[in-house]
Design a protein around this ligand. Structure first.
Ligand SMILES: NC(=O)c1ccc[n+]([C@@H]2O[C@H](COP(=O)([O-])OP(=O)(O)OC[C@H]3O[C@@H](n4cnc5c(N)ncnc54)[C@H](OP(=O)(O)O)[C@@H]3O)[C@@H](O)[C@H]2O)c1
Length: 283
């Protein structure tokens, strides 16, 4: 059975790139979206249904195992799992550091653990971030990251995150490095689960690293301020931000039949931001 007519599950599918992804994956079959806020969920469902998609919604919190179990059972009650896209995530400055690490790191782990038994020639996509490429985990961190269920995981992870050395990072606030670490974890965790996921009848797992995309998360970062937007645009090759629909198109393409050998990797879509940040450019 191919991806068609199976259910496409999107956590964080109530806003921004998650909602865009849910819309794009609706071409394959029914879609289930989840998020914590009931009102946001209802609005997103309405938008998906208005686009002609067979859409379902259920509140869920990716940092809560019990809520995810109910969410997964609801999903498989509709149809076998085609894809699980974990777009749920929070930004630096938006929530306390502990909540950020819990949602972005343990949340990614909980989503996979909950859906793993139901995967059968299915796809898993995690949203990382290009920010993760600017974080180099130490050996002790990688060892810790291998067991996200360990006691005091969050405290230990938090204690190993260094202060930023680059003043451009310092101005982004005290939790910027925690966000970068959490997104590096998403890449690590995705790759470290390649074999496990593959054993579920050739299921695939990838992560997607967005640069700066125009979503409510970016609005929280102050993108409506011209100087902030200017800085983000200048970091790309095209002097513009990405749109949720562009990201959704990429994911739909990568999950469609014909890409069965693509697994265990992080795919960057950032208008060239990582290249410009890491390498000198030929004029
Ligand atoms: N926008 C960018 O430029 C950018 C760049 C790099 C990476 N990313 C990553 O891309 C992903 C999507 O970002 P976005 O910009 O589309 O963000 P967004 O518009 O703020 O949407 C975030 C979504 O995640 C949900 N969410 C947050 N915490 C959750 C939790 N504990 N459980 C379940 N759902 C939760 C939110 O709904 P509720 O609040 O109702 O739960 C919302 O639906 C995130 O992982 C983000 O870190 C974004």
């Amino acid at each position: 059975m191919s991806i068609e007519r199976k259910i496409q599950v999107v956590t964080g599918g109530t806003s921004g790139m998650g909602l865009g992804t849910a819309k794009a994956l609706g071409t394959f079959g029914p879609v289930l979206i989840g998020g914590r806020n009931q009102k946001r969920l209802e609005n997103a469902l309405e938008e998906l249904k208005a686009a002609g998609i067979e859409a379902y919604g259920k509140t869920c919190d990716v940092s809560d195992k019990a809520s995810l179990q109910e969410f997964a059972e609801y999903a498989v009650g509709i149809a076998p799992i085609g894809s699980v896209v974990n777009a749920a995530g929070v930004d630096y400055g938006a929530v306390p550091r502990d909540a950020l690490l819990k949602i972005n790191m343990q949340g990614t782990h909980y989503v996979l653990e909950t859906f793993l038994p139901y995967l059968d020639n299915s796809n898993v996509v995690n949203y990382s971030s290009v920010t993760g490429y600017f974080y180099q985990p130490k050996k002790e961190e990688l060892e810790l990251w291998m067991n996200p269920d360990a006691e005091d995981f969050l405290e230990k992870v938090s204690a190993l995150i260094p202060e930023p050395k680059d003043p451009r990072m310092t101005v982004l606030g005290p939790d910027y490095m925690a966000y970068a670490a959490s997104k590096r974890f998403v890449m690590f965790y995705t790759m470290a689960n390649t074999k496990r996921v593959g054993s579920k009848n050739n299921s695939r797992i990838i992560s997607i690293a967005p640069g700066s995309f125009m979503t409510p998360m970016l609005v929280n970062q102050g993108v409506e301020n011209e100087a902030v937007a200017e800085g983000m645009k200048r970091g790309t090759a095209f002097y513009r931000l990405g749109e949720s629909e562009e990201m959704a198109d990429l994911i739909q393409h990568l999950l469609s039949p014909g890409h069965e050998y693509l697994t265990g990797c992080d795919i960057i879509m950032d208008g060239g931001r990582t290249a410009l940040g890491m390498y000198p450019q030929f004029e």
